[in-house]
Design a protein around this ligand. Structure first.
Ligand SMILES: [Ca+2]
Ligand SMILES: [Ca+2]
Ligand SMILES: [Ca+2]
Ligand SMILES: [Ca+2]
Length: 427
């Protein structure tokens, strides 16, 4: 048995040797083939390297070919964030569908070359060649072209100076040793300004937050802070923009309640006739004698200007007569209304808050004064709340509440369609 096993093993071994030999022969063939192939590959690689090293510099040297092969050259600077010309390019392609538009970056050698040779001072530049004059649509751009070097440059209101300091890229672009905001030329750039003076953030990274930053010196947001901000809203009671801001103010005034000192005051002249003069004397008296009912009255009045109905609603019918009479006498309201020689231009004066109008320089309706400082604020409840809260030494919890940020409509009525702007005024 042992012998048999050995024989078998030997036989197996022999078979194994035979197979190895076969393989060796095959391997040998393969090796030869590989060698030939390797040679070819090596030659090919050498050829490619040779081509790359000879042609690349040639291409680089002759990169001007981008400009050569284009009919319109768009010279832009990728560092400029406001220099998007995509829509201009789309327009150009539709006007000149057969023209090749080539885009070049100023930071490329070719870009700098064209920039220098074309007497350009700002980017982006859209440069046409003379062949545009033969194009059927030339007349569409003719009036917007000016000669710049060899090119005709399309006037597109460009303003980026590529040779200057880019103020927010952490690079000293103009090689004067001063990077970004350190560079004098960036002083008035928004990237180097404290742009929002009441957000608790250091917008320009100079270590000074909001009102501590000299950039905010003139901002109303750096008004004096108090424990109980005084909010004086000057309006003409029938001015649609006055009622607009009053509608925006109501939720903020209600929310803050007696944490602020809120009052509606009146512009020193009345543009909407006798009804306005009378309404304002009345609203003055409500605030003077029944101030806790004023917001309810105002909210009702802002619906549709129904003075009588609203007085009844807040149970003040007949209760203000003597105040109205005395006030009218004191400030000669009706007297001046009937004597045009006292008018300011085409409008009767309204003198109740005359001195404050002068003190604050109130110029029209609405004018918002917080802690004695004129604040220009959007007329939606959220913006008004935010503005008033800027006046607190320590902001109460109410300041974190979220109110609507939609501008109320101008005029009377709490319409559901919000106004898109808050820029109109009477005065
Ligand atoms: Ca610099
Ligand atoms: Ca820079
Ligand atoms: Ca800030
Ligand atoms: Ca700052």
């Amino acid at each position: 048995m042992k012998t048999l096993k050995l024989l078998q093993t030997n036989a197996g071994h022999k078979r194994g040797v035979k197979m190895d030999l076969k393989n060796k022969v095959k391997k040998g063939d393969f090796v030869v083939k590989v060698k030939k192939k390797n040679l070819l590959i090596i030659l090919a690689v050498i050829a490619i390297i040779a081509i790359v090293f000879t042609v690349k510099p040639y291409l680089q040297k002759n990169k001007i070919s981008i400009a050569d092969s284009s009919d319109i050259i768009v010279l832009n600077d990728l560092r400029c964030k406001e220099c998007d010309v995509a829509s201009v390019i789309t327009q150009l392609k539709s006007v000149f569908p057969d023209f090749v538009v080539g885009e070049i970056d100023y930071m490329d050698e070719e870009g700098k070359k064209i920039y220098g040779e074309s007497d350009l001072t700002v980017l982006p530049a859209i440069l046409f060649k003379d062949n545009v004059k033969d194009n059927a649509n030339y007349t569409q751009v003719e009036n917007y072209l000016e000669q710049k070097g060899d090119f005709l440059s399309l006037r597109i209101g460009a303003s980026f100076d590529p040779a200057g300091e880019v103020c927010d890229n952490e690079i000293d672009d103009n090689d004067n040793g001063k990077t970004d905001c350190e560079d004098e030329s960036c002083k008035t750039n928004p990237a180097c300004m404290e742009t929002i003076c009441n957000d608790g953030k250091d917008d320009d990274g100079d270590g000074l937050v909001d009102c501590d930053d000299p950039d905010c010196e003139k901002s109303w947001q750096c008004m004096p802070k108090t424990d109980k901000p005084e909010v004086e809203l000057f309006v003409m009671s029938y001015c649609p923009y006055g009622t607009q801001i009053e509608k925006g103010m109501l939720p903020a005034a209600r929310l803050l309640g007696d944490k602020i000192d809120f009052s509606v005051k009146f512009v020193y002249y009345a543009m909407h006739g006798e009804k306005e003069v009378n309404e304002q004397t009345l609203q003055y008296c409500i605030q003077k004698e029944y101030n806790n009912k004023y917001l309810d009255y105002l909210e009702c009045f802002l619906e549709e200007g129904d003075t009588e109905g609203c007085l009844e609603e807040v149970s003040l019918t007949g209760k203000l007569n003597s105040c109205i009479e005395n006030t009218d006498k004191e400030f000669k309201i009706t007297e001046k209304l009937n004597d045009e020689s006292t008018w300011l231009g085409s409008y009767p004066p309204f003198d109740i808050d005359k001195e404050l109008n002068e003190e604050y320089g109130v110029s029209g309706s609405p004018t918002l004064i917080i802690n004695g400082v004129k604040a220009s604020v959007s007329r939606d409840p959220a913006s008004l709340l935010d503005a008033i809260c800027t006046g607190f030494k320590v902001k109460p919890a109410e300041c974190s509440e979220e109110l609507s940020s939609e501008n109320p409509s101008a005029g009377f009525g709490f319409s559901e369609t919000a106004a898109s702007t808050s820029s109109g005024s009477c005065g």
